[in-house]
Write a protein that binds this ligand. Sequence first.
Ligand code: 13P
Length: 251
Amino acid sequence: MRKPFIAGNWKMNMTHLEAIKFTQDFGYEFRNSKGCEVCLCPPFIALRSVKNIIDSDRIEVKLGAQNMHWEENGAYTGEVSPLMLSALGVEYVIIGHSERREYFFESNEVVNKKVKSAFKHNLKPIMCVGESLAIRESGRAEEFVLCQVDECLSGIEKKDIELLTIAYEPVWAIGTGKTATSGDANDMCSAIRRKIAKIYNPETADMVRIQYGGSVKPSNISELMSMSDIDGALVGGASIKLEDFTAILNF
Ligand code: 13P
């Protein structure tokens, strides 16, 4: 049985002071009524402060980063390494978000290196895949997304895959208010699971959690969570609105 998993991707929002206030307020409001695993993914500069509040206020949430480099250290000005994230007590890391792919030119090959490096440093990757509107309209969405899954997971061992979360985020649904229908989102998540079964085996595929992301809000979360192959959500905009995020977690 897969435990539901909802993560909030704050993206490039909130100063560390705002992050402290938000996390304190969140800890006060949040009741984990659904037995769901919950993760907050603030910007790098707020990870330490958010972690301190999670620990001191005993908030039942995990900490995630939004990106990382694949090397442990070295001459990579401005980058943050998996070693640094582990040392901070970060448990999850979002890898290959469509905004990284689009604005920072991250290829499937780069995503693959980062996923491998995350596992090496005991970080659990939330690996993002998803098609653009043009690809969806051309009828090649499934082929495209499954190719992303294949290339991004190249050479990754079965024991690691069991700790992997895949986030299916159709690019056209991110920040646009347009959500994929729960049926379409579930069809893609099922196709991803079948692909994992083919690369590894059905038991492994059964353990991998697949999230949907793209304009998730209080009004659509229940329906999404009721689908057979959607195990959770990667929430953007609504995750930095306290009322919306806590409502989503009470789906
Ligand atoms: P929105 O929820 O703002 O559409 O963003 C989704 C997303 O990109 C989460 O990673």
